[in-house]
Design a protein around this ligand. Sequence first.
Ligand SMILES: Cc1cc2nc3c(=O)[nH]c(=O)nc-3n(C[C@H](O)[C@H](O)[C@H](O)COP(=O)(O)O)c2cc1C
Length: 316
Amino acid sequence: MDAPAVDLSTILCGVRLPNPTVLASGVLGLSHQVMARVARAGAGGITSKSCSLKPRAGYHNPTILDWGMGLINAVGLSNPGVEVMVEELQAARELLAPQGIPLIASIFAETIYDFGTVARFISPARPDLIEVNVSCPNIDDRYRLMFAADPYVASQVTRRVKLNTDIPVLVKLSPNVTDLSRIAEAVVEAGADGITAINSLGPGIILDVKTLRPLLAHVTGGLSGSAIRPIAVRCVRDIRRAVGEEVPIVATGGVTTGRDVVEMLLVGAAAVGIGSAVAQRGMDVFRQVNEELRAYMVEHGYGRLSDLRGKALPFV
Ligand SMILES: Cc1cc2nc3c(=O)[nH]c(=O)nc-3n(C[C@H](O)[C@H](O)[C@H](O)COP(=O)(O)O)c2cc1C
C-alpha cells in the first residue's frame, strides 16, 4: 500500500517554501555557493547572513562555542557590506530559483535611516523576502539600546524599510525584552509582512575554570540551540496571540528535530528557522528534520502543515 500523501509546503508572505525548514541568518549564508549547498541539502528556504551598509570585521576569535546545551556566540555581525552581498545574493538567487527555494536577505544597520538605505541597496538582488535584524545596538540612541527593545523604535525601522523596498519584509525580534507582544504589534502596524523570532538569547558568560578566563574573546555572547527552545516556543505563542493568524511567523530557536518543528507549528508558526543545529550537526539536519516531521504526520494522520498550525493555542 502507498504511504499517505503528506504535503510539507508552506506559504510565507505569498512565497512558497517546499518545506518549512529555513536556514537561520548568520550560521552559514555568506557565499552563494554555500547557500546553494544548504538548499541542495534539503532546506525549504535560505536566509543570508545579516549585512550592513559598510563591511564589518566583527570580534576576535574565539567567536562561537558549543557548551553542551547549545551554542554561545559573539561574532559581532561581521559581514562584507551590502555592495558585496548584493552580488552574492544575485548569484544565489540564480542557483536557488530553479530549485524553487526562496532566498531571504537579512539586513541590519546602526541607525533607523540606514536600515532604509540597506533595504534600498539590497532590493535589486531581488531576494524573495527581506529579514530585518533589529537585535543590534542603535547608535542613534544615547543608551545604545537595541532597536528591537522598544516598540516605537522597532516600528520606525520597519516603516523606513517598507518605504525603501517593494519586497515583503520579515522583522526579526529579540527575546531580550520585557513586552514582546507590544513590540510585535508595533512592527505589524508599521507594515511588517511577517515576523521571525527569536534571535539569540542573553548575553551570557561561560568561564574556563582552569584559566579563570572567559571562553569567548568578547567575554559575553548570545545563547542559541536546544537550551533556548522553550523560550522560543513561548515567544512564538506571545507573538501569535498579539498579531493574529494572518501574520506569518518564522519560529526560530533551538529547532533540532522534526518533533521541534511540530511544537512550533502547534503554537502557530508558518515556518521554522534552523541555525545552531546546522553548526552542530551539519547541513544534513534539514533532510533529517523533514523526514522526522513527515513520519510524525503520517503516524498521526496529518496531511498538511495547516492541520497542525495553532492547534495547541487553546491550551497555552
Ligand atoms: C554563530 C551565529 C551567528 C548568528 N548571526 C546572526 C546574524 O547575522 N543575524 C541574525 O539575525 N541572527 C543571527 N544569529 C541568530 C540565529 O539566526 C538564530 O536566530 C538564533 O541562533 C536562534 O536559533 P538556533 O537556536 O536555531 O540557532 C546567529 C546565531 C549564531 C549561532
